[in-house]
Design a protein around this ligand. Structure first.
Ligand SMILES: [Zn+2]
Ligand SMILES: [Zn+2]
Length: 287
C-alpha cells in the first residue's frame, strides 16, 4: 500500500485520455480506462435526453417522475455515464447510468441498477425505521421526565426544605443521565446501521472477485456518503456481473450548473477523487 502522495503522483502521470482510474493495493499500481469510443455513445445519449426530455424513453408509458425537468431546478443537474463494452462473442454492448438516484428513484428501464443490493436495502430499511422510531419515542419521554424533574428541583430550591432539595436534585440528575443514555443508544445504533448499509455494496471486479466496499475503500478518513453511487462504479459493477469487458467510459453532466460552479451542462468529467478513486482501482482490476 502506497502513501497517498505517491498515489497522487501515479495518478498525475496517467495519460490525459484516462477517464476512470484508481489505485489498486493488490497490484500496487493504478488501473485505468480511457474514453475509447464511448464519447460517441455519450453524445447519442445527450441527444436522446434533449429530444425526449425524460430518462424512461424505452418504455411506452412515461412516468412523470422520470422527466428531466428536475435537472433544471434549484438543486442542479446530474452526472450521466456510458460504458462501451464487448461481450464474450465480440458484440459491442453499451451500458448507461445516472449517478445516485434519479428524482428519488434508484432504478429505471434502460439504465444499470445501483451498485448495492436494492432488495436487501428495502428489507432492512423498514426494520431500521421502526427501531429508530422506538428510540426516538424513548428519548422524548426521557426529555419530558428530565424537564419535569428540573421544574420540581427549581421549585424545591425556592420553597422546599433541605431534604426535599436533596431528593429533587438526585432525581433530576438521574433523569438527565437516562436522557443521555437514550440519546447515546440511538447514536450507536445509527452508526452500526451505516455499516450494515455499506455492506450491501458488494463490489465486483474483472478478476472474478467480489468484496464489500468496507474492505475495498482504502482511505482511513471514513467512507463518504454516496461512494459507489457514481456512474463509473455502477457501470463497472454491472459489466463485471454480466460478463462484459469494458473498453471505454465517459461521464458527463447534464442540467443546471451545480452550486459550487464545478459542473456544467454537457461537459465531460473523469471519476471523482473522494468517492470513486479509492474504489475504482479494485473495480478495474483484472481488465
Ligand atoms: Zn464519483
Ligand atoms: Zn489490481
Amino acid at each position: 500500500m502506497k502513501k497517498s502522495t505517491d498515489i497522487d503522483q501515479l495518478i498525475s502521470a496517467l495519460p490525459t485520455e484516462a477517464t476512470c482510474y484508481g489505485y489498486c493495493p493488490a497490484c500496487d499500481e493504478v488501473h485505468f480506462l480511457t474514453e475509447g469510443n464511448s464519447r460517441q455513445y455519450a453524445l447519442e445519449l445527450m441527444a436522446e435526453l434533449e429530444q425526449h426530455k425524460r430518462i424512461d424513453f424505452h418504455t411506452p408509458d412515461p412516468e412523470p417522475i422520470f422527466s428531466t425537468d428536475c435537472l433544471w431546478e434549484k438543486r442542479g443537474g446530474q452526472m450521466f455515464g456510458v460504458l462501451e463494452c464487448v461481450d464474450a462473442d465480440g458484440n459491442t454492448v453499451v451500458l448507461r447510468a445516472f449517478s445516485g438516484q434519479f428524482n428519488t428513484r434508484w432504478q429505471a428501464e434502460g439504465w444499470v441498477p445501483p451498485t448495492f443490493d436494492l432488495d436487501g436495502y428495502y428489507r432492512i430499511l423498514s426494520t431500521i425505521k421502526s427501531s429508530v422510531q422506538q428510540m426516538t419515542d424513548a428519548i422524548e419521554s426521557c426529555q419530558q421526565k428530565a424537564d419535569q424533574c428540573q421544574l420540581q428541583f427549581e421549585e424545591a430550591m425556592r420553597a422546599g426544605g433541605r431534604a426535599a432539595q436533596k431528593d429533587c436534585r438526585r432525581q433530576m440528575r438521574g433523569a438527565f443521565k437516562a436522557l443521555e443514555l437514550a440519546k447515546n443508544k440511538r447514536r450507536t445504533y445509527s452508526q452500526s446501521m451505516m455499516v450494515v448499509f455499506l455492506d450491501l455494496y458488494q463490489l465486483h471486479n474483472f478478476k472474478g472477485d467480489q468484496r464489500s466496499i468496507l474492505n475495498v475503500f482504502y482511505e482511513d478518513r471514513g467512507i463518504p456518503t454516496g461512494s459507489g453511487d457514481c456512474c463509473g462504479p455502477k457501470l463497472l459493477h454491472a459489466a463485471a456481473q454480466n460478463g462484459l469487458t469494458p473498453l471505454g467510459l465517459s461521464e458527463f453532466y447534464f442540467g443546471r450548473e451545480n452550486k459550487a460552479s464545478t459542473r456544467f451542462h454537457k461537459e465531460f468529467y473523469p471519476g471523482c477523487k473522494n468517492k470513486c478513486q479509492p474504489i475504482l482501482g479494485y473495480m478495474l482490476c483484472g481488465l
